[in-house]
Write a protein that binds this ligand. Structure first.
Ligand code: ATP
Ligand code: MG
Length: 402
């Protein structure tokens, strides 16, 4: 028996490797929901963790192991590969198939298990959004899945949001980028798989009666296409259309995408071509610190940077560093200073600014246009901040004043 693994948990050695997976004694196994699969898959509990063990071919196991590790390196939402166990044999010397071990994704359910009688239509919409977002994210990184299905996708709640994860990478391939043809092919495979599985579930009486298999698979494709467009289209805007750009970035944020920066180029007579760039987590904190020296939480940083980018767009500054400096001195600091000393202790400056931007957004939505910072600050001070508890007092730490 031979184990290939990045971190060998010695407890793995104690599993009954000389027995075919199908006959493993119940004492090692945990019963958890799983999708349908060609291979035999079992869950085992070892030292506080649950692992998924899949019996498969050696080449296939190696390929999938390498791909899952590559996906992990780029922080892609997929299950984590732990080890390959090869050269297994029975006590009589009969060869046994190798296994691939992955870490069981906690609190997850296969998509297939969710499409049951109890699924409400609004929940389904959010599930399909999460699935479409997973495929879009995948295609943005150049990953061709080749077998997207309701069994090969796991679902998990993520801080109040819905998130989808890839579980089966066997047929996948990581490219520098995908052509439209490759994306279309991958999506067609997903459509056919999902349609087939939804029909199966329906035939077995497991699908909610209001759910139509044809609609489910078409919806995944439609949501994917909308999201892909939302992320990649180039938008022509007027200088004054700041609110439109903000709306687009917010839509992407709501769909779970972080927008790093807005790539802009001047077209003519004051119009701009805008295209958001989507990135991975932690990016905003790092970028804000690099540009402004402000250290903020990821969500705060994202809001501050969105404002900075919109400011850069308005003020004709192409140099990022220079725009950041001007934004800091002409927007951020004046806003923080506009807060009277006795109210300033209520919130950290970064949080204060983030909340004012949020407030400005709400006012602008009501007005149907950008209401401007001055009005937002005044309204925030008068209507919101005075009613807030004193954060410094609550936290018991000194909050620096800017
Ligand atoms: N790490 C994991 N965490 C949670 N569930 C898992 C994990 N690995 C496998 N599963 C469950 O086991 C099922 C089968 O696994 P998998 O899709 O890898 O098998 P397969 O035989 O390669 O499938 P296919 O027939 O699509 O090729 C999945 O649908 C999923 O429900
Ligand atoms: Mg599978």
């Amino acid at each position: 028996m031979r184990i290939t693994s990045a971190l060998v948990d010695p407890a793995l050695l104690d599993l009954p490797w000389s027995t075919p997976l199908e006959q493993w004694p119940a004492e090692h196994l945990v019963a958890l929901p799983q999708g349908i699969s060609r291979h035999i898959v079992r869950f085992v509990r070892l030292g506080g963790y649950v692992y998924a063990v899949k019996e498969t071919g050696e080449r296939v196991a190696e390929r999938e192991y390498d791909l899952l590790r590559a996906l992990e390196r780029i922080d892609f939402p997929s299950v984590e590969a732990i080890a390959i166990v090869a050269d297994r044999q029975t006590d009589d010397g009969e060869p046994l198939d190798p296994v691939l071990i992955t870490r069981h994704l906690q609190f997850s359910l296969p998509y297939r298990a969710l499409f049951s009688n109890t699924l409400r239509p609004e929940t389904m919409n959010r599930l399909l959004d999460a699935l479409a977002a997973l495929i879009v994210r995948m295609h943005l990184t150049g990953f061709f899945w080749g077998d997207c299905s309701l069994s090969n996708t796991l679902f998990r709640r993520d801080a109040g949001a819905f998130a989808a994860y890839l579980v089966d990478a066997e047929t996948g391939a990581l490219h520098p980028s995908l052509s439209n043809g490759q994306r279309g092919e991958d999506l067609e495979i997903a459509r056919v798989n999902i349609f087939g599985e939804a029909l199966d579930l329906q035939a077995a009486g497991l699908l909610h009666e209001s759910i139509d298999p044809e609609v489910v698979c078409e919806e995944v494709v439609r949501r994917y296409e909308r999201l892909w467009h939302e992320i990649t289209y180039e938008q022509q805007v007027e200088r004054a259309a700041r609110h439109d750009i903000e709306r687009r970035i917010r839509r992407l944020n709501e769909l779970g995408f972080d927008v790093a920066e807005v790539a802009m180029s001047t077209v003519d007579n004051g119009r701009y071509l805008v295209r958001p760039k989507v990135v991975d987590a932690g990016y905003h904190t790092r970028r804000l610190l690099r540009l402004t020296g402000l250290d903020a939480e990821e969500n705060q940083a994202r809001k501050l940077l969105n404002d900075l980018d919109a400011y850069r767009l308005e003020s004709d500054l192409t140099d990022e560093q220079q725009a950041a400096h001007r934004w800091l001195t002409e927007v951020f600091e004046p806003v923080v200073r506009a807060v009277p000393g006795h109210l300033r202790r209520k919130l950290e400056p970064q949080e204060l600014f983030a909340q004012i931007i949020e407030h400005k957004w709400l006012l602008s939505e009501q007005a149907g246009r950008d209401v401007g910072m001055r009005r937002a600050v005044q309204s925030y001070l008068a209507d919101v901040l005075v009613h807030r508890p004193d954060e410094q007092a609550v936290l018991g730490v000194e909050v620096p004043t800017v």
